[in-house]
Design a protein around this ligand. Sequence first.
Ligand SMILES: [Zn+2]
Ligand SMILES: [Zn+2]
Ligand SMILES: [Zn+2]
Length: 385
Amino acid sequence: MGKMEMITNTSPRKGVNNVQPTPPPLPAKAPEYGRKGIFMSKRSAVTRYSSASSTARDLWDSLFDGGYRADVTIKTDDGGIIYAHANVLGMASPVLRGMLKRAKGFGKKRSISIHGVHQDAVRVFIRFLYSSRYKYEEMKEFVVQLLVLSHAYAVSSLKRVCEQQLEHGLLNLENVVDIFQLSLLCNAPRLTLISHRMILSNFKAVSATEGWKSMRNSHPGLEKELLESVIEEENNQKEKIRKSKERKIYLELFEAMEALVHICRDGCRTIGPHDKDFNQNQTPCKYRACKGLELLVRHFAGCKLRVPGGCIHCKRMWQLLELHSRLCADSTSCRVPLCSNFKEKVKKQSKKDEIKWKILVKKILRTKRIGGSVSFIASSTSMSS
Ligand SMILES: [Zn+2]
Ligand SMILES: [Zn+2]
Ligand SMILES: [Zn+2]
C-alpha cells in the first residue's frame, strides 16, 4: 500500500540533541476496552472524549492542545504543522524516539515529518500518544490511517483500539478490502480473519467496491487468492447442503424402518398383525412415518400390479421391505412380511448389489446412532461393517 511506504520512508535526518530534562510519566494507561467509556454511543461521543473523565488525562490533552513548551514540530501533508513534546513522543513510540534522535533542529527544537495520511489523522494520532483518548467520530473517519500509524510507529495500545473498533462496527463493505490488506501488512491476524469472513459472505457487494478494484490493480495475486477462497467457500456451502439433504433422506428411511417394525409388531390405526386385536381409538402414534407407511401398506395389500418394477408405490414398498430385511436382527421372530424371504435372496445377490446395500445400510445407521431401541439395530452394525 502506497500509504504505508510513504510513512515508513519518512526519513528523519541526523541532528544534534541536547540533554532533556527528566521525562514526564507516560500518558495515562491504555484505555480499558469493553468499558462504557470506549464504546460509547455515537451521539454522546460527538461532544465528549470517549474515556472516563480524569484530571490527569485532561491535563495531558491541554498540554497537547496548548503546546506549552513544545519542542517538536511535526510536518504533515498539505503544509500542516503540529506542535508536540519530544519526551511524550519518545516515550509513547520507539519509532518516534528514533526519529527524534536523528532529527534536525535549532537548539532544543526539532522537526520531524509524518506524511502519507491526512493531517487530521496525524493530529488524532499524536493526541492519543498524550492522553490515550480519541473522539468516536474521529476514530470512525480515520480508523484506517490510525491503524497504519499505530503499526508504523509501534503504538500497540492504539493498534488494539483500532482493531477493536473495526471489529465492533467500523468494518464495513466499503473498507473491508482495504482493511483486509492492511491487516496482512500490519500483522493483525484476528482482523485478517474477520475481514476475510466478511468478504466471503458478501462477495458480490464487496467485489463491486473501489477497494476491490484498486486491490486488483495493486495486488492481483491477492485478488486471485481471495477468488479462490470464495470458490472454496461456495463449494463448502454446496457440500453442506448436499450432506444435509442426504442426511434427511437417510433419516426418513430410518424412521420408515422403525414405523414398519412398529406397524407389523404392534399394529397401528387400521393395520395390525393378524393374530392381534388393535385399539382403533388409541393415542396418537409416536412414529412420524407411521401414517404414510400405513397408506403404503394398504395400497400394497390391494394393488393389482403388486410386482417389483410395477406401480411406483409398490416398488417403494418392495424396497422398504428389502431394506428392513437387511437391517433386521432376527428374521425368525420378525413380524414384517417377507423378511426371511429377502434374507434368502441376500445370499444369492451379486457382489455389486451387496456393496450397494451395505453402503445404504451403513449410511442409514450412521445418520441415527441410537443403540438398542429398535430390534433391527442390534445386529445390523455387523452387517454394515
Ligand atoms: Zn403407528
Ligand atoms: Zn401398487
Ligand atoms: Zn425382519
